[in-house]
Design a protein around this ligand. Sequence first.
Ligand code: HAM
Length: 432
Amino acid sequence: MPTINPVKGTHDIIADEADVYAYIDYAFSNVAASFGYRRIVTPILEHTEVFDRATGEGSDVVRKEMYTFLDKGNRSVTLRPEGTAGVMRSIVTNKLYATPDMPLKFYYSGSVYRYERPQLGRYREFRQIGVECVGEDSAYLDAETIALAARTLQVLGFQDVKLKVNTLGDKASREAYKEALRSYFGGIIDQMCPDCHERLRLNPLRILDCKVPEDQELVKDAPKMGDYLSEASKQRYQKTLALLDELAIPYEEDDTLVRGLDYYGEIVFEVHCISPEGNDYGAICGGGHYEGILGTFGGPQELDVGVGFAMGVERVYSLMKELGLIDNLAETIDAYLMPLGEQAVDFAYRLADGLRGYGYAVEAPYKTGKLGAMFKRAERKKAKLAIIFGEDELAKQIVQVKDLATQNQEEVPVSGLPQYLADHLQEDGEGE
Ligand code: HAM
């Protein structure tokens, strides 16, 4: 039988790696909660128009990368390519805006799907953790959202990341800038890649993001957003940067940063980190301020602003691994039981259950074996203690407990085991 591999661009996440993914999610949830966010879980499958309307038909994500198909009822549905659109749809569907307590603050995590060419750090199914803060327009919120991303990365152990920021200005500034880009690139478009021809038509801002080296050269001389910004947008941007300074969050201004999705206006940002081995997995976080998404679903105009970001969990994980940030995260167990003899196996089965009732992570083999093999197994499972007993011990209702780090061994009465574990594991700061 030929083996079946996972679909191209998808991957299995197993054991230690899966634990780290859960840890990233947990650490992020705690940080988000500390900023007043609540979790939201929206469907992975949405009507295609959710993304057509919100994410923008001019973006590569919507034009080329969506997993869209007709369901059995002939409805066009799409596997979400990002989290923002679904959250905004949900806010309108559930009238979550019907509250005086603005802004709405939601965080999420889950799989997203993009039909991209798989390469280092780029998958077709990947996971995002992200936030959306909706209904209030403020430089404070923009800066706070960036602070939330920075805090998450700090909690995960990152020390050296590069935060890039730019402003796309308000709508009028953006339109004026797009016009300037149209006329500049219009004159040289014949020298540019076929994608840029399309970008010029749909959204010339996107050309600034082109990865073709020859095109990047031409982008260098293009008009700059700064020259087209309204006074209000300039001030708002400066205010946000001043707030980042106050929070001691370092950043770098990059006037070619335009982001790949259509809904952004005013500040946009990305976080990058080159690994110690020189690998560039791409941005680990991207986000910014947006307007006009709620309205595309019929939501109230006066609340139609937001700011948010999403991080790619695969990229965060790969970097954490290379940076040695997950070495101490591997699952351990408190005790591995080592029964010597058939009767002891029977007892181990009940003892494991009893100790788990006290909250300890305990494992035991289901048949007896050689002591040496059991020690090797305990080591592989990163057990802290080995609890060893044969029929002689059981007759006396005692067990031998060996600390696998110090190799100290002590005789402990079975009835005193829960207390012994509490004392002993507590000493390492590891108890219940
Ligand atoms: P995005 O920049 O398209 O933004 O994606 C966010 C993050 O997802 C990226 O920074 C990257 O870490 C990760 N990512 C993107 N594509 C891939 C891929 N093919 N494989 C692995 N990781 C990937 C958004 O999705 C916006 N919804 C963010 C946002 C929320 N803006 C406002 N609110």
